[in-house]
Ligand binder design. Structure first.
Ligand SMILES: *Cc1c(COP(=O)(O)O)cnc(C)c1O
Length: 392
């Protein structure tokens, strides 16, 4: 995990935080029915972050929340699936992805992945699909793009929705088009290790107003804090209650986080240039050390990869990748009890048995990844290359 360095946080973040503290308002507090707007200090940082993020990504709606996992949840909740719908996700990804599917009231179904990139394989998605499949979550692991053209075509012909998890892929392009803009909704994390960070935080974005409004309701305790000019339902005069129109969590982002994230977003291109330099440095070093038994997983043709970490394929059994969620004790328990932690029964064909996604398990034992965090020095990255090439 990369440590924070002076390169990561600077004057821009400091003055943004100072502005929030000086305003006396650390709570976003936007939206009709939530008391005063930020009259004295202009627009809330939460609003400014959403506007800037939507513009950066080229989507009309963005909603900032308190973590990447909350963004995953809001994206899935935004799809408006039937309760208990099956949502397919890759067998190799952080457990936060299937946790978000569970929390949104759905059943995670794992599809096997490419044994080197660990990305979703469309044929494997088809194999685990059923009549109850409602959506697919594609994860752009390492910053490598999942095959979105094939996945969206398959989803369209099957009547499924698609979520793109872009937590590790800020700025990755497929044929010049940013990942996040292919599916029905996308989510990003602003956690410490990601391309930009506010410590904790996340953003969900979409081109569809209904997906956006459902995502907002889910993350804002059912209160319709809609932005981007969308109509906010009027409460009848004299209505009782505070306007909770449905169930939702409180996953709101705070102003300190939003202010830091906004500053970081404005520096993303600079960070990404540094990350690309570190990738070039790694590739130079690998070329020099051409005696080592490693391969570099290839990205889709036509992709521009904004690496989060740089993966290497090493000899079988030497990998250090640990993120096969269904092998976690919590999924093993679900498999035995045949129900989710929220009591939803598991359909008979859904299994979390070890060995059920063999390419993911094989792949995990063959992948080591090197951090290309923009805050690292050349020397630190070269040392990690050396460590990754040891004991092979
Ligand atoms: C980091 C990450 C998450 C979770 O984000 P948090 O901000 O840690 O909740 C989800 N998916 C992927 C692919 C991630 O890398």
């Amino acid at each position: 995990m990369a440590e924070p360095t002076p390169l990561s946080f600077g004057k821009l973040e400091q003055s943004a935080v100072a502005e929030v503290l000086d305003s006396g308002r650390l709570w976003r507090g936007n939206g009709v029915g939530w008391g005063s707007r930020h009259d004295s200090v202009g627009v809330a940082f939460g609003d400014r972050l959403e506007d800037a993020f939507a513009q950066w990504l080229g989507l009309p709606y963005a909603h900032a929340v308190n973590s990447g996992t909350s963004a995953n949840e809001a994206a899935i909740a935004g799809l408006g699936l039937e309760p208990g719908a099956e949502v397919i996700c890759p067998a190799a990804c952080p457990a936060f992805v299937p946790f978000a599917i569970l929390a949104a009231g759905c059943v995670p179904v794992f599809a096997d992945v490419h044994p080197e990139t660990l990305l979703l394989v469309p044929a494997a998605v088809e194999r685990v699909a059923s009549e109850r499949t409602g959506a697919v979550v594609a994860v752009h692991l390492w910053g490598l793009p999942a095959p979105m053209v094939e996945i969206t075509a398959l989803a369209r012909s099957s009547g499924w929705k698609v979520v793109e998890d872009c937590a590790q892929a800020f700025g990755t392009l497929i044929e010049g088009r940013p990942v996040g803009t292919f599916g029905d909704a996308c989510c990003f994390s602003l956690q410490q290790s990601k391309h930009i960070t506010s410590g904790e935080g996340g953003v969900v974005a979409t081109a569809d107003p209904d997906t956006y409004t459902r995502a907002v309701l889910y993350s804002s305790a059912g209160v319709p804090n809609f932005r981007f000019g969308l109509p906010v339902p009027r409460r009848p005069p004299g209505a009782l209650g505070r306007g909770h129109t449905g169930f939702g969590h409180n996953h709101r982002i705070g102003e300190m986080q939003a202010a830091v994230a906004l500053a970081q977003l404005s520096r993303l291109d600079t960070f990404n240039r540094r990350r690309a330099d570190l990738v070039a440095l790694i590739e130079q070093e690998l070329a020099r050390r051409n005696d080592v038994p490693v391969r570099v997983p290839r990205a889709l043709p036509g992709a521009t990869v904004s690496y989060w970490r740089y993966p290497l394929v090493v000899p079988f059994g030497r990998g250090t990748f640990q993120e096969i969620p269904y092998l976690e004790p919590v999924f093993q328990r679900m498999d035995t009890e045949r129900r989710t932690p929220f009591g939803l029964p598991l359909p008979e064909h859904v299994t979390y048995a070890p060995g059920s996604c063999p390419q993911a398990e094989r792949g995990a034992s063959r992948v080591r990844a090197i951090s290309v965090h923009h805050g690292l020095t050349d020397g630190e990255v070269l040392a990690s290359v050396d460590a990754a090439l040891t004991d092979l």
